[in-house]
Design a protein around this ligand. Structure first.
Ligand SMILES: [Fe+2]
Ligand SMILES: [Fe+2]
Length: 209
């Protein structure tokens, strides 16, 4: 596949699009770029050296949310991607890419090949960690809400969301990365909670050591 051409195609389809209220224009393009990178890193971690489908994984990551905004976006996205990509890949590559896009949200609903599971896990991981904080802050700001609204979300909804998503992760390595991201956010939010009420978070003794 000509990856430069396909990346440009992804940009033209999603680069400036508003796909979701409360998210920045182009979110779905940059999310796709990150998910593709995460999926490739997971592949190397979990199936080291088995790189025969890396281009398929990369392109499926780029386009997995191309249908966002028209639900069910995984079904619509599979249709759109089939049409957009048909002249740029082999029939086998196209079938796998379409299969990955169509299955990316349907986690644990049936047995999926590992290349679909990698995309499913990568998609979850991009919604947690520092990027999750970004999404939350951007959402609050675009709704003219302040720090309190973000803190309220973390106090009342975050842990429930973490618990429900955790059970959908396929691979142990992805689950460990997920836990690390959740720990980071918890500690960040704890500090935000303190600094948001004007507290100085500074260990004088530690600073002197
Ligand atoms: Fe999606
Ligand atoms: Fe996604």
């Amino acid at each position: 596949m000509d990856l430069a051409v396909l990346k440009d195609l992804a940009w033209r389809a999603m680069g400036t699009r508003i796909s979701h209220p409360g998210r920045e224009p182009g979110f779905v393009y940059y999310h796709g770029q990150r998910v593709a990178q995460i999926a490739l890193q997971l592949r190397e971690l979990i199936f080291p050296g088995e790189d025969s489908l890396d281009e398929v994984i990369l392109v499926a990551g780029w386009f997995h949310d191309v249908g966002k905004g028209i639900e069910p976006h995984w079904e619509y996205g599979a249709l759109v991607a089939r049409e957009m990509l048909k002249d740029f890949c082999t029939p086998d590559e196209l079938e796998k890419i379409v299969e990955m896009i169509a299955g990316h949200t349907l986690r644990k609903q049936r047995e999926y090949p590992s290349y679909v599971q990698l995309l499913q896990d990568a998609d979850i991981l991009d919604h947690f960690g520092s990027l999750e904080v970004w999404l939350n802050f951007y959402h609050c700001a675009s709704h003219s809400q302040g720090v309190d609204a973000a803190l309220q979300f973390y106090a009342e909804e975050y842990e429930r969301e973490v618990a429900s998503v955790r059970s959908l992760i396929n691979f142990a390595a992805a689950a460990e990365i997920f836990e690390e991201k959740v720990c980071f956010v918890r500690s960040f939010v704890e500090r935000l909670r303190r600094e948001a009420r004007g507290e100085i978070v500074w260990d004088q003794k530690k600073a002197k050591d």
